[in-house]
Each structure stands twice: as structure tokens, then as C-alpha cells.
Design a protein around this ligand. Structure first.
Ligand code: PGA
Length: 243
């Protein structure tokens, strides 16, 4: 399967800036051996989608409502995202977990809503620094996966993606060693096989840069990358995808 390289623009850019960056991507990135995804904020999904060739770039949303429809002021449904041409949607990014106190039961509803609308959810998991120090990484990841996915029917391997992002590596400039990431991805895949009987792609995220991207992509169980800061300049993202 192709590697999956995802650009998470978070809330760093305004609508106009997102439109501009999409144009920069279009001008600078003409092909890739990887599958590429771009995740602007909700307001910019349409304009970014319009400015990028769909063959090369899949559109992704950073979040979604836990329900498909109803009186949920301020939320955006999976159905609307689908109609906007979105393919992927992040669920449980650590910033949602930390800043907005999102917990597993809510994330489970979001995964279900995404699947029901035909979107591919990207479930984000990761341990914090003290959990890592205490040697609890594998146990924490297992619990995060079980709490959200237990008993869910995932129709096929590519109906779901998991993003492994150690919390201490996000935005810190300190990425995990690629060999260590590979070992953890193998553990995650083992848990997923038991839990849902599927082999979804598992990508690594956390301070990915043009300097370290190739080292991650060499490993067979690192199925791609989730890139934050380094995706905000087309030239840097281009370097990342070219290995
Ligand atoms: P970063 O963010 O690449 O800036 O560390 C990654 C993420 O939060 O998805």
C-alpha cells in the first residue's frame, strides 16, 4: 500500500492564508509516490479542495460532530464533510483531548459517525512524557485503542487509519527515533489485529521535518506521516514527501 503523508494545518492559518498555501502546494507539488492529504480548518475546506488536484491531494477535516444530524449548535457533521469532498477526518488529536477534554466515549461516537457517512477516520493516539518515562507506552496505547474501537465493525483495512503521535513529540522539535517508532507501530498493529481483525495503516506524527522524514518512511511498518508545523510551507512539505 502507498505511504500516506498528511498535512495538518491546525488553526495556524486564516481562510485567506489557507487558500494561498493551497495554491503554493499546487504550484510546487506536481507528483508523489505517496498518497497525500491536506487538513485545513473547516472554513477553508471548500476553497482548498477547489485549488488542489483531487488526484494528488485528498481533503481531510480536523474534527467532526459525534452525531450525523440534529440540534448541536456549532458542530459540523460527517455528512456535510462528505459532501464537501472530504475523505479523511482526524479523531481525538491530542490537542482535542487536552484542550477540549475529549474522552474515549465521545471519540467512539465520532468514529462511528465518520464511518457511517463514508469518511475514513484517523484515530490519533499517543502517550505523554511521564507515561513514557514510567514504561507505560504500550499499555496506554492499547487502552486508547480498546476504549474507542472495541466492538466496532470496520469493514475493510482502509476504512480506518491510526496516527501514533507521542504527545511530548508534537510541536516540540523532538521526534521519536524512527526505529523506536517502527517497534511501537508493530505493537499497535498487533493490538488492532486482535481488536478489530483488520490491518489499517498506522502513521507516525510528532515533529516530522524534512530532516527526519526519510528515516521514518524507510521502515515497513511506518505507513506514513502526520505533519503539523512543517506542512505550513509548501517547500518544506515537498521535501518531506520526496523523502
Ligand atoms: P508537529 O504536529 O508536526 O508540528 O509536531 C504534528 C501533529 O500535531 O499532528
Amino acid at each position: 500500500m502507498k505511504k500516506l503523508i498528511l498535512a495538518n494545518w491546525k488553526m495556524h492559518l486564516s481562510f485567506k492564508e489557507s487558500e494561498k498555501l493551497a495554491r503554493d502546494y499546487r504550484v510546487q507539488i506536481k507528483n508523489s509516490t505517496a498518497e497525500l492529504g491536506v487538513f485545513p480548518d473547516f472554513s477553508a475546506l471548500e476553497v482548498v479542495g477547489r485549488n488542489l488536484p483531487t488526484k494528488l491531494f485528498k481533503l481531510g477535516a480536523q474534527d467532526l460532530a459525534p452525531y450525523l444530524k440534529g440540534a448541536y449548535t456549532g458542530e459540523v457533521s460527517a455528512t456535510s464533510l462528505k459532501q464537501l469532498g472530504v475523505k479523511y477526518v482526524l479523531v481525538g488529536h491530542s490537542e482535542r483531548r487536552q484542550e477540549f477534554k475529549e474522552k474515549s466515549p465521545l471519540l467512539r461516537l465520532k468514529i462511528q459517525a465518520a464511518l457511517e457517512a463514508g469518511l475514513v477516520p484517523i484515530l490519533c493516539i499517543g502517550e505523554n512524557a511521564s507515561q513514557k518515562k514510567a514504561g507505560k507506552t504500550a499499555a496506554v496505547l492499547r487502552r486508547q485503542l480498546e476504549e474507542v474501537l472495541f466492538g466496532l465493525r470496520i469493514e475493510k483495512d482502509d476504512a480506518l487509519v491510526v496516527a501514533y503521535e507521542p504527545l511530548w513529540a508534537i510541536g516540540s522539535g523532538k521526534a521519536l527515533e524512527a526505529s523506536e517508532a517502527e517497534a511501537i507501530q508493530v505493537t499497535i498493529k498487533g493490538v488492532l489485529a486482535n481488536l478489530i481483525g483488520r490491518f489499517p495503516r498506522v502513521v507516525y506524527g510528532g515533529s516530522v521535518s524534512p530532516k527526519n522524514a526519510a528515516a521514518f518512511l524507510e521502515w515497513p511498518n511506518i505507513d506514513g506521516l502526520l505533519v503539523g508545523g512543517a506542512s505550513l510551507k509548501a517547500a518544506e512539505f515537498k521535501k518531506i514527501i520526496s523523502g
